[in-house]
Design a protein around this ligand. Structure first.
Ligand code: TUI
Length: 315
């Protein structure tokens, strides 16, 4: 069985599941596995150099006939080059984060690229819908990496009420119960990052996967608040050092200390001084599995929850 929504229709995918684009983490191997399993795989960009990204886009195109996406991290200094890369390769879908994609919307739409921005507020979501966003991703502060300040439970129904385009719920979702809850709030789909970090096909260092598998409920923390770009990470020596600098209100020193640390964690496996961006759902991820198994588990779990709730309501 599968769940069809306006999102599956829009994207031409089988299941209403998007794999969040994560820098140095969601490379072509994971993206191809997720898209082949009927979800939407999304290449992460962050501050990655354009050359590396070009190779990832080419590999994803060669690896799957299914739709896939590229995430645009709008804070990156060479964002214009990254947008151009997406245009040149006519990627099917673009998701955006960490800023307002307004300046790039027209050129992306003219190429027929579907644009799904993350909007941290209802006001920005409405503005993005009015200039052509095809769907809006509402990401709660349970998520890993750079976050807004509303929760998934609060922002999802508010976006659903305010918008006509499909809403994708993200942040704190890791299993079928979360998928069913998002659909109950009116979302047309979900986006998950953390659980897909523990996909077998995810190329991050094994020690980071094990940190997620072992994580407990209170093991993440929001660091970097002094910079105005707070990020949720698993606690470690780096997060403690950053929090200390936050407390002393030293944003420049936080930026300097953070430079290159996401790559250090994800590629080199430094779980002490690397930036372990991951969401609160880390505690619900208990094993490393193939991406197709993750998607099967999400969908069968959601269907079971929805069926049992219907049974309960009929008694
Ligand atoms: O973008 C993300 N998550 C990310 S990006 C990232 S790389 C990074 N590293 C250090 C500092 C900052 C970023 C790691 N994780 N999620 C989507 C997201 N977008 N969360 C919040 C937002 C957002 C925030 C403000 C989207 C739009 C926005 O607009 C403000 C404006 O310009 O109106």
């Amino acid at each position: 069985m599968s769940i069809h929504t306006r999102l599956t229709e829009l994207l031409g995918i089988e299941h209403p599941i998007i794999q969040g684009g994560m820098a140095w983490t969601s490379t072509a191997e994971l993206v191809v596995a997720v898209s082949d399993a009927g979800g939407l795989g999304v290449i992460g960009t962050g501050q990655m150099p354009t050359d590396i990204l070009r190779d990832e886009i080419v590999a994803a195109k060669e690896g799957t006939d299914r739709p896939f996406g590229v995430n645009l991290m709008l804070l990156t200094p060479h964002i214009a080059d990254i947008v151009q890369l997406g245009l040149d390769h006519e990627v099917p879908v673009v998701t955006t984060g960490a800023g307002n994609p307004g300046p790039y919307m027209d050129e992306l739409k003219e190429k027929g690229i579907l644009v799904l921005p993350v909007a941290p507020s209802v006001a920005l979501a409405k503005r993005l819908q009015s200039i052509g966003a095809d769907a809006i991703i509402g990401e709660g502060m349970e998520a890993g990496g750079h976050i807004g300040d509303l929760t998934t439970m609060a922002i999802t129904p508010q976006l659903v009420d305010a918008l006509d385009v499909p809403v994708v719920a993200a942040g704190g979702i890791a299993d079928g119960r979360g998928v069913a809850a998002a659909l109950a709030l009116g979302a047309d789909g979900v986006q998950l990052g953390t659980r897909f970090m523990c996909a077998e096909e995810c190329t991050i260092h094994e020690s980071v996967k094990q940190r997620i598998v072992k994580a407990r409920d209170r093991d993440t923390v929001v660091s970097g608040r002094s910079t105005g770009h707070p990020v949720r990470v698993l606690k470690n020596r780096l997060s403690r050092a950053v929090q200390e600098l936050d407390g002393e209100n030293k944003p420049e020193e936080v930026e300097e200390l953070g430079t290159g640390k996401l790559r250090l964690a994800m590629c080199d496996g430094d779980c002490d001084m690397g930036s372990l961006m991951a969401g609160q759902s880390s505690a619900m991820v208990t094993s490393v599995q193939p991406a197709s198994e993750i998607i099967d588990d999400l969908m069968s779990g959601a269907e079971a929850v929805m069926a049992s709730m219907c049974d309960g309501a009929g008694e």
